[in-house]
Design a protein around this ligand. Structure first.
Ligand SMILES: NC(=O)c1ccc[n+]([C@@H]2O[C@H](COP(=O)([O-])OP(=O)(O)OC[C@H]3O[C@@H](n4cnc5c(N)ncnc54)[C@H](O)[C@@H]3O)[C@@H](O)[C@H]2O)c1
Length: 260
């Protein structure tokens, strides 16, 4: 049974965490905290190279790892089939995947190419829909789906560009998925994380400035990282969040609420 976020909050649950690149990934911290809360974990990574840290983590906690490029319907179909074979039931799905071509994050949003827009939307937004459609049928006892978003969906951050537009579409997708899946007691939420030093974040020019701005202006001055995001993911996957769906939860020391 659930006892908040302590040991055992996810006892008996089976959680799939998509998007580990390395040990700095937000998905890595989420998968680790979910395992420590008692869940059996499955992790996914884009290719074998990215899978090194992910597989070591999964093995440490008796879980499993799978390659899945979300641009490939075949990969997504295979992942769902592998999960059905190896786990049977899934209780939680974490989507922690985002990408836009570097050229789209270098200049002005107005110069976004058609192909750059397509890729950013496909990898960062449509992949949630595609994964949910395949994996929600395995949530036979209800479930919790969550994705990672950023304040750049609501506000214009220079150079975040098309990723901000993709995150806005992602947050909207969360609400539509929550409506579609509510009838089978599957909740769908987004965590809007403050800046965390990861591979994806390093690809965004000026990221260090956003981290400094958060520490300077946010109500909470504490150091902030993937661990703070992961504990909220554990909460969303737990029975403690049984009435929380279609929501975007900010986990950013309160930075989003500030005017200056
Ligand atoms: N780091 C931050 O400051 C921050 C803040 C808010 C939201 N986020 C979001 O958190 C999520 C995870 O990012 P992160 O910061 O942990 O960085 P990360 O680089 O560790 O994770 C991004 C993941 O996306 C995966 N990915 C990219 N293209 C893919 C594809 N075609 N198929 C499958 N996987 C693919 C990468 O392999 C990687 O595992 C992203 O959605 C990101 O936008 C990050």
């Amino acid at each position: 049974m659930s006892d908040g976020n302590g040991a055992g909050a996810l006892a008996g649950k089976q959680c799939v965490v998509m998007g580990i690149q390395n040990r700095w990934s937000i998905a890595y911290a989420i998968a680790e905290q979910m395992a420590q809360a008692g869940a059996k974990i499955a992790v996914t990574y884009v290719d074998e190279r990215a899978g090194r840290d992910a597989l070591a983590l999964a093995e440490k906690y008796g879980g499993k790892g799978y390659t899945c490029n979300v641009e490939s319907d075949e990969d997504l179909d295979r992942l769902a089939a592998d999960l059905a074979r190896d786990f049977g039931r899934v209780d939680s799905l974490v989507h922690s995947i985002g990408f836009a071509p570097a050229a789209e994050l270098a200049g002005r949003f107005i110069d976004t190419s058609r192909e750059g827009f397509r890729v950013a939307m496909s990898v960062s937004c449509y992949s949630l829909v595609a994964a949910a459609r395949r994996i929600a049928p395995l949530m036979t006892e209800g479930g919790s789906i969550m994705t990672l978003t950023y304040l750049g969906a609501d506000r214009a951050f220079p150079k975040y560009n098309v990723m901000g537009v993709a995150k806005a579409a992602l947050e909207s997708s969360v609400r539509y998925l929550a409506y579609d899946l509510g009838g089978q007691r599957v909740r769908v939420n987004a965590i809007s994380a403050g800046p965390v030093k990861t591979a994806a974040a390093r690809g965004i020019p000026g990221f260090a400035d956003t981290y400094g701005a958060m520490l300077e202006r946010a109500p909470l001055k504490d150091e902030f990282g993937a661990a703070q995001v992961a504990s909220v993911a554990v909460f969303l996957a737990s029975d403690a969040a049984s009435a929380v769906t279609a929501e975007t939860i900010f986990v950013d020391n309160g930075y989003h609420a500030m005017g200056i």
